[in-house]
Design a protein around this ligand. Sequence first.
Ligand code: CA
Length: 712
Amino acid sequence: MKFNSVPVLLPVVNLLLVLAGSAAALSPVDDVRLAAAARDPASWLSHGRTWSEERYSPLAQIDEANVASLAPAWVYATGETRGHEATPLVADGVMYTTLPWSIVVALDAATGRELWRFDPAVPKGWGRHACCDVVNRGVALYRGRVYVGTLDGRLVALDAKTGERVFETLTIDSSRPYTITGAPRAAAGLVFIGNGGAEFGVRGYVSAYDAETGALAWRFYTVPGLPDQPREHPALDLAAKTWPADATFESGLGGTVWDSLAYDPELGLLYVGVGNSSPYDRRVRSPGGGDNLFLASILALRATTGELVWHYQTTPGENWDYTATQHMILTDLVLGGRTRRVLMQAPKNGFFYVLDRKTGELLSAEKYASVSWASHVDLATGRPVETGRADWHEAAAMVIPGVAGAHNWHPMAWSPQTKLVYIPTQEMAYPFHPERAHRHRPGYMNTAEDFPELARRFDGFERALKFCSPTALTAWDPVAGRMVWQATHRSEVNGGALATAGNLVFHGSGDGALAAYRATDGAKLWESQIGIGVIAPPISYRVDGEQYMAVSVGIGGSAALNMTEFDYQNAGYVIAWKLGGKALLPDVRKREPGEVVVAPTEAKPERIAEGQALYAVHCLRCHGMGTKSGGMLPDLRFSSRETHARWNDIVLGGIRADRGMASFADVLDPAGAGAIQAYVVAQAHREPTWLELAGRFLYEQGVCLPAAWLAD
Ligand code: CA
């Protein structure tokens, strides 16, 4: 064969490889290859491996019999110390993944060697607009390009070979606190991306961009805009009927599309998970009542046009941060003797939904965790039946699921072998405190909760009371609507799931371990004690005949920032394992006990109380309940003399904005910043109460509280 004839033959060879279901080297990742991804076991081509988001690897070289000899093949140190939530993609021996601050890297999937690294240079001060850490959950790979959504709202297209920027487009109004943490998806010549920010007050939407040019193809707003403005599309006429005239339209209403999307190429439908309201309290947001479409809904949109085909609202009149942005899985189930094309979701509200994905018909909705807000879902009407026990407009209420949800962003996995869904579940109650006379204030959390009152009541809470098994991996039978097995963790911070054809489920945890369970019965067959929390979902792929399992490592996200204290220094890695791997796990460094260097405050109790209230509103979500940091961000009790000396320059002057500490001069004055400092100093010198000491002692003895007992 002449050398110059090779390029002509390559497409033919590639086509044959695709048809043979083998490695398909150099075949472009396009609609044809993505549609056939289920038969391409070596690769992990899109966020949920396939467009149907099953997160099931057909590889079985690593199986229940040999998983015990799984060992690290390579370790890539990311150099980043915030939360690592990304799902890596793998095509043709190259891994593409994202890091905190929306950084993208390409690695040799067999060795972990860095091929290129792209930093979109997100202004670090934008981190203030992130409710739940400066995380990113991954890229889309399509027609030779890598697409990433950046924290500050850009969609960036990179050359997959070089990491060079091809184009970028701003997807948001930068005068509002939008953030992107979710992974784009690509299909039909388009790239789909949403955004977050509902806690602060934004209007949710999902956009489709031309994959080639970056031009906006369509945008679907999930909630109505200002009543005196024209409606952008016909579905908003339907939505507007469910919003009374007295609704707080200026808050943006929420409904952000911050994570889950799924695509059915046969139906041509893009499924969109819609988030919670802004503000949370429905009697503040929508005093005249109403379902408030399309909050907390699953939408089916015509992928090429953005036209609404059907919708299902999981929580009408959303009131508890019950997003329906959780991972959606498309598969076929035999229900009542009939094979149905279904969509499955376990949203925050505690019910596992099975819908007919062609029509949106509700097929089942069963509780997969403790639920206090509704007794059941009426299948005839498709609506939940509320208990009334979770109302919190008049008085505080302890509600389960809490704001963390019975399941959050951590992806679940579906095994067509076991016919089980593996859900990262949570049992955590949350006390909602109503804010009197709420008004929308830019730069604030706008949930209509009384955070100062929450802090006054619960500053020592996490030391006095620990929930039993707050997080778990729950194996769920979606046909029977029941749990089959459950593996529980002690950490409040959960991880994502992967199912494989080796009859295995891999799942990490804030406990610092990654484990493999037998998919059929939950027996723990392998565990790697990494020492640093694993919140991201593992993936599996094959290079040169060897199966790998890989995961992003690094604790973060909202629960890690504000609920838990970790005893290690956080560090970011991507780690891959294989049978008989020879690499070593990274050295994990213990957190040094902090030293209080500042003298006790002489501030009056009222000033400390004022500081506690302001801290609860502006600082808690990153620096932690009661000033106790989880460890990713500075624990303010142990601030240096320099930090205390330059306090107002930092808090108001923004001199550490380049390290992620934005200026808060728009919401705080020098007196307020000083009051926060007085509170921090008081906390640094505060002795734990007898209740906290007793609670910690009992927890160390293994005594804990079932979260459901606490719910009103
Ligand atoms: Ca939320």
